[in-house]
Write a protein that binds this ligand. Structure first.
Ligand SMILES: Cc1cc2nc3c(=O)[nH]c(=O)nc-3n(C[C@H](O)[C@H](O)[C@H](O)COP(=O)(O)OP(=O)(O)OC[C@H]3O[C@@H](n4cnc5c(N)ncnc54)[C@H](O)[C@@H]3O)c2cc1C
Length: 260
């Protein structure tokens, strides 16, 4: 990595971790791929359709209300990330999930110079170059709970300072976009998967900063829950909602840190 400053912010790099088979994927194209595969298998996708209410009869979910009408159903899988706590409230129960904004930004495109994804846990900043040549810069979550997706000057200044420490020539580059998403965080930084207090209403929540890379196994295991009428596979059993009552938390803060 010839362009990396080996003494960023006066914190000399003494050693590094090299993840040989690590890789990046274009996440929106991955989502489109899932959508295409699902529709080819007969799944109906309704875009711009917001769940506004949940119908429950005798402790069982029977349908959802949306801005485009009612949908009756045999079961529901709630997978709405940052809105998890809000939507579960519609179903009549609370989730121990707090929403935090997570920001990122992108520079103008430049010729390829950065093949790996470079991350500094000391500076709490990661930098990588996309296939379009843009440099993506990201770091930690905002330090306050919020449902807003507003970008902040504070984070822009802090992250850019760290990125420029790592790659000094980037001080000449222009920033093109900055954005924030809402991440659904649990107190043990692990997801909540499986059953809920409402019969036939299943949960896949709390993925926060964990990411889209977990999606395939979420799909497989949650499909098993649905197909078996609520039998939770062993793999996801530790992530049950009742672990917060039973003090069986699954602490994964390290694995979900910004430097992933
Ligand atoms: C800035 C940023 C950078 C990130 N970087 C990475 C990274 O480098 N690597 C990585 O693996 N992960 C990354 N993540 C995390 C990753 O994006 C999330 O963990 C992942 O998208 C969570 O998947 P999900 O399916 O649970 O939720 P989402 O992908 O957020 O999908 C939830 C869906 O529910 C919909 N929804 C919400 N409310 C309703 C409602 N009432 N009715 C109907 N639909 C509703 C939303 O519109 C959305 O489409 C990043 C996140 C952010 C914000």
């Amino acid at each position: 990595m010839p362009s990396l400053n080996l003494d960023p912010a006066g914190l000399p790099i003494l050693a590094g971790l090299w993840h040989l088979d690590g890789a990046t994927a274009r996440h929106d194209a991955v989502a489109w791929g899932y959508a295409k595969g699902a529709t080819q298998r007969g799944v109906e996708l309704h875009q711009l359709t917001e769940v506004t209410g949940v119908d429950i009869e005798a402790g069982r979910v029977t349908g959802v209300q949306t801005n485009r009408g009612k949908v009756s159903c045999g079961c529901v899988v709630q997978a709405v990330s940052g809105l998890s706590a809000e939507v579960s409230r519609m179903a009549g129960f609370q989730l121990p999930i707090v929403a935090y904004p997570l920001q990122a930004m992108v520079t103008q495109p430049v010729k390829p110079f950065l093949d790996p994804h470079v991350s500094s846990s000391a500076l709490h900043c990661y930098v990588h170059q996309t296939s379009r040549g843009e440099i993506v810069i990201g770091g930690g979550s905002d330090p306050y709970p919020l449902y807003g997706t507003r970008s902040t000057l504070e984070l822009k200044e802090g992250l850019i300072a760290s990125a420029v420490e790592m790659f000094p020539f980037m001080s000449e580059m222009r920033l093109m976009r900055q954005w924030a998403g809402i991440t659904d965080m649990t107190s043990d930084y692990s997801p909540i998967m499986g059953l809920s207090p409402v019969e036939n209403y299943y949960l896949d929540a709390g993925w926060g900063t964990w990411g889209f890379k977990a999606t395939p196994i979420c799909g497989v295991t949650m499909a098993e829950v649905v197909a078996s009428g609520g039998k939770v596979p062993d793999l996801i059993a530790p992530f049950s909602l009742d672990r917060f009552d039973a003090f069986r938390q699954v602490n994964e803060m390290g694995a979900t840190a910004a430097s992933h």
